[in-house]
Design a protein around this ligand. Sequence first.
Ligand code: NAD
Length: 411
Amino acid sequence: MSEIQATNYYIAQASKIIDLGPHVEQLLLTPEAEHIVSVPIERDNGELAVFSGYRVQHNSARGPMKGGLRFHPTVEIDEVRALASLMTWKTALVGIPYGGAKGGIAVDPKTLSKGELERLTRKFVQRIGSVIGPQRDIPAPDMGSDAQVMAWIMDEYSRLHGFAPAVVTGKPLEVFGSAGREAATGRGVIFVMLDTLHDLKIPVKGARVAVQGFGNVGSWAAHFAHSEGAKVVAVSDVSGAVFRADGLDIPTLMERAKQRLPLADYRAEGVDHRASDDVLWADVDVLIPAALGGIFDAANATRVRAKVIIEAANAPTSPEADEIFARRGITVIPDILANAGGVTVSYFEWVQNIQSFRWTEAEIDGRLRETLSGGYRTVAQMAKQKDLTWRTAAFVVALGRVARATLLRGL
Ligand code: NAD
């Protein structure tokens, strides 16, 4: 099942539970707009290269649309549709005044020079500049894009439309970024993990944690898990996985991640090297997928040994795998709750840009904790009240909010 099929399955399931009816369900399944553009650039060697760019705007009933930009070779329209839809439910679930969108370019940024990446980003903004904007659709980083890319987006959009720092979030601190944004998704993942472990009565100190993906989200999640006293025993990136039963040296691995050094080249006492996917089957309390979507399916869900899965990545679990996890008593905290920390601090960045005002990192962290704990408690209550899994409960809450906003505003 593809990511869009899986996402639509979860929407349809929640829609039945709250009895939305086929017409409203259809409305909420259908994106408001889809933009596919060519993105031509001149390579450093003078040759022309053409890439495909996407922006899907799923729903704006609750506010301007918001969602990341993924730079990855596998980006295609169905994946972007699924991710845009998830943004609608995520923003509704944690109660921030946005709708959902997502975009990307089918490119491997590692194969581009810095100059080529800048030209690609600016050309993409020229192509989609008329459909994004601070009150319309606000991009942010996702896999393969970072704060530098966001700075170029702000600059190019401002060149075309006048000064507008709030057109994009995840910018560097020096150019209208927010304290705490870079670490926000990983920090949020661990806030949600702390609430979950507390409810399950699993002590955080010494809890064994495995993380798939050691980029922005995975490395910060590992960092905060480690600083809360958990034992991070396995992490992976695209190059491979490293295991250490007594816990990995996360500060050193963070330093290496900043320098973009592959895990496969890391050597230290007691560290075992394994295939990348082995982290998924590690004997741990908590498994945090923080790389690509489409990781767990019917064929491999029985191999997972974790007690809890916190979905830092978007759309890692197929509905079949979800059912298997539920049957096996594995608690799955769904992406639309677990990784909502990124969009929450993006919202704080947008608010600061609009007010031309700066909040401290302590203020940001406090508000983030409050927002995510609010989302967590609402989902916990719904799951208990209607005897649902965490994912179904999260979709029921989010769908109800978006449906009410849509119907109150009228077509
Ligand atoms: P990133 O590009 O910074 O890092 C991705 C990491 O995954 C890298 O370490 C890469 O080596 C690794 N990876 C790729 N394929 C892998 C594989 N097959 N096995 C193991 N590792 C693999 O991306 P990111 O921003 O950290 O995003 C990761 C996930 O989190 C994505 O699903 C993204 O949609 C989601 N997410 C990101 C944010 C954000 O703020 N960046 C917010 C919400 C959700």
